[in-house]
Design a binder for this molecule. Structure first.
Ligand code: FPP
Ligand code: MG
Length: 410
């Protein structure tokens, strides 16, 4: 492999990894507007929509001003988000539109309740990183002169996305989460017993679609990831119950629950256009690397008060999950302190004070920064795969995807 030295994988004259990470932590609550901004973002993150914790002694005029600043800030952020998303998606915009139509056309249901739940699940699917990875990988690996991955890439994008959608519906039942992407989860709205079945229904429809297409190589390639997802979920639950997380187990879990499916998305794109086994393996390595980085960033965002994930922050602590930011702290302390911190973790489900305590420990002992460094290593690995390809607009788009994964706050 030629490595980064050969690879001119750069974005607008700037190496993607020089973009730098936003400082995840506010510099302090010294000024009131800043205070309001931070707390409003935290409140929003919990889907509440308005500042929740503004102390009574703050002047209403300042609150009004604070809200105006928040509004403006949000508009600027949203414009910037759209700009960044376009840097990734613009070369495959036609394919993405076809993909959306394909899903709408294929994923319909009989019965009012099932249709309603299905529409709801499909209408806020999030960032679409998996289908985007399929389509960009297909375009990057397509034979010269062929710009699109065609129907096979569309099918692969659909298969991976629907496995992901079903897995999150089930995950929210398992985690008893009431919120997903800033609105009620399917289980919160229609009860767990219906949510489980609608997740199964999506998986069943997906299988049906794949098998009827006759593209058995793609179906086999993609569906292997379903068992891996299940292994990751069980392993994670087991580790949370036993309170025995190690770096190796953490990496194994995030590989299984997230990186594997993103890796399969990237290799499926290459397979869809008939790329060689070597190219499929390269793409798999690319996808797995951004998948690891994606999940580590997700785990950092869970500790980030200003994140815009649409999920309550510190969910992982409340679910007794040891993720990388806390793990790096546990790795750096002695046995007695470790036991003390784990005892705190065991109380997080019912005790806000313990959640706050561990949040502060992670912030003050550099847990997020240490985790961010591990994430950057995976992104560097993904970029080194791209340097194996000739420069092209698709390679640039995938490099932009790496930048996005490392900088996202939602
Ligand atoms: C989110 O993790 C969960 C996953 C990425 C995978 C969940 C997998 C299963 C439930 C296995 C069943 C799979 C299928 C296909 C039905 P998280 O809870 O850490 O993230 P969150 O904060 O977004 O909920
Ligand atoms: Mg969850």
């Amino acid at each position: 492999m030629s490595g980064m030295a050969r690879g001119a994988v750069s974005l607008h004259g700037k190496h993607p990894f020089q973009c730098g990470r936003r400082n995840a932590q506010p510099p302090g609550n010294r000024n009131i507007i800043f205070y309001i901004l931070v707390h409003s973002a935290a409140a929003d993150n919990q889907g509440v929509g308005a500042p929740q914790h503004i102390p009574a002694h703050i002047n209403p005029g300042l609150v009004f001003l604070g809200n105006a600043v928040i509004q403006k800030q949000r508009q600027i952020q949203e414009r910037a988000d759209r700009g960044k998303a376009r840097l990734i998606s613009k070369t495959v915009e036609g394919d993405l539109e076809a993909f959306e139509q394909f899903i709408r056309q294929k994923f319909t249901a009989d019965g009012t309740l099932l249709s309603e739940m299905l529409d709801y699940a499909l209408s806020a699917r999030g960032k679409g990183i998996r289908p985007m990875t399929v389509l960009l990988s297909a375009a990057l690996n397509a034979p010269a002169g062929q710009r699109s991955g065609g129907l096979r890439a569309l099918l692969a994008a659909t298969l991976v996305e629907m496995i992901h959608v079903a897995s999150l519906i089930h995950d929210d039942v398992i985690d008893e989460s009431d919120m997903r992407r800033g609105r009620a989860s399917v289980n919160a709205r229609w009860q767990s017993r219906n949510a489980v079945v609608v997740g199964d229904y999506i998986l069943a429809k997906n299988m049906d679609l794949g098998l009827k297409s006759g593209q058995f190589d793609l179906v086999t390639h993609v569906c292997g990831a379903i068992a891996t997802l299940c292994e990751g979920e069980i392993l994670q639950n087991d580790k949370a119950n036993r309170q025995e997380m190690t770096r190796a187990s953490y990496l194994d879990i995030i590989y299984k629950k997230t990186a594997c499916l993103i890796g399969v998305s990237a290799s499926a794109g290459a397979l869809a256009v008939g790329a060689s086994r070597e190219k499929q393996a390269l793409m798999r390595k690319f996808g797995e690397s951004i998948g690891m980085a994606f999940q580590i960033q997700d785990d950092i965002l869970d500790y980030t008060r200003t994140a815009r994930t649409g999920k309550p922050s510190n969910n992982d602590l409340r679910e007794h999950k040891v993720t990388l930011p806390l793990l790096t702290v546990l790795e750096s302390v002695g046995e007695e302190r470790r036991r003390e911190l784990l005892a705190r973790l065991a109380r997080c489900h019912e005790e806000d004070e313990s959640v706050e305590y561990l949040q502060h420990i992670v912030e003050n002992e550099g847990g997020m920064e240490k985790a961010a460094r591990v994430m950057q290593e995976y992104l560097t690995r993904a970029m080194s795969v791209l340097s194996e390809y000739e420069p092209s607009e698709y390679r640039d788009a995938l490099a932009n995807l790496c930048v996005y994964v490392g900088e996202r706050d939602r």
